[in-house]
Design a protein around this ligand. Structure first.
Ligand code: NAI
Length: 258
């Protein structure tokens, strides 16, 4: 049995991943705002530090895998804080625990949305580790109206995908035998999308942005199983990949452009 840390364990993809892991006998330390072993707010540095400390304590210092699902999609500055810094800072803080495992693994949840229009400036600020600047850019975009505010979420996921690409080959991760990868879902049926998909207009809007010719909207299990494989002992050589598990949305939108 392995010890997993799952963020966003109280809902949606994180909750499904947690359930599947526990059903097969693995231990899961969930991190979420509430209803989790570790209750913490990943939107701020202190919350991330507290979460890491408590998690390492519960895990007795040894963590086999981290699956980072916690995230929000609102067009607000907190989105870049939670979706980017709430993942990257937490992972850095949990790395000592991963180093104590025989087969440490990391997987994060990016999004199809990372391919949508985004703010290059915000992506750059995030990758530079400048949370203050990244959130200031997000606040400015949100203040200009919904059109620009909607750039915040894709920017957060684009930055996260690029972070995965960069660190996956770094000495601290690849050099320490830790595969780091990400999943990019299409439209997943979770509380995050429930309201949007509750009206025909909402469905039309979502499907225009994220066309899914294969089986349409996906259950959280479709992503959870992939996250579980990515963080399994069997994954010895996949590094820095963002896997589009999206009903064909990426293939539809990007076509030959890869
Ligand atoms: P969800 O809303 O069902 O679950 C997200 C969880 O993250 C919640 O339990 C929430 O409490 C937690 N969370 C939010 N802010 C937090 C914070 N500050 N500190 C700690 N925990 C926090 O959403 P869902 O759909 O399961 O999303 C999971 C991930 O998948 C997110 O990163 C999301 O961006 C991504 N994603 C979701 C898609 C969808 O269609 N549902 C599509 C593509 C990506």
């Amino acid at each position: 049995s392995r010890t997993y840390v799952v963020t966003g364990s109280a809902s949606g993809i994180g909750a499904t991943t947690t359930r599947l892991l526990r059903e097969r006998g693995d231990r899961v330390i969930g991190i979420d705002l509430r209803d989790a072993e570790v209750e913490a707010d990943l939107s701020a540095p202190q919350g991330r530090a507290d979460a890491a400390a408590k998690t390492l304590q519960l895990a007795d210092g040894a963590i086999d895998a981290v699956i980072a699902c916690a995230g929000i999609s609102a067009p607000i500055p907190a989105t870049i804080s939670i979706n980017y810094f709430g993942v990257t800072e937490l992972l850095e803080a949990l790395r000592p625990g991963l180093l104590a495992s025989d087969a440490p693994r990391v997987a994060v949840v990016s999004s199809m949305a990372s391919l949508q229009p985004n703010s290059a400036e915000m992506v750059e600020a995030a990758l530079a580790g400048d949370e203050e600047r990244a959130t200031r850019i997000a606040a400015d975009l949100a203040a200009q109206g919904p059109e620009t505010g909607y750039l915040v979420y894709p920017s957060s996921k684009r930055a996260l995908a690029r972070w995965v690409r960069r660190v996956s080959i770094a000495p601290e991760w690849a050099g320490s035998g830790i595969p780091v990868n990400g999943v990019a879902p299409g439209t997943v049926l979770t509380p995050m999308t429930e309201k949007l998909l509750s009206t025909p207009e909402g469905v039309k809007m979502v499907d225009a942005a994220v066309p899914m010719p294969l089986n349409s909207h996906q259950p959280p299990e479709s992503i959870a199983h992939l996250l579980i494989w990515l963080t399994s002992v069997e994954n010895t050589h996949m590094a820095g990949q963002i896997i589009y598990d999206d009903g064909g949305a990426d293939a539809t939108l990007r076509g030959d452009d890869i």
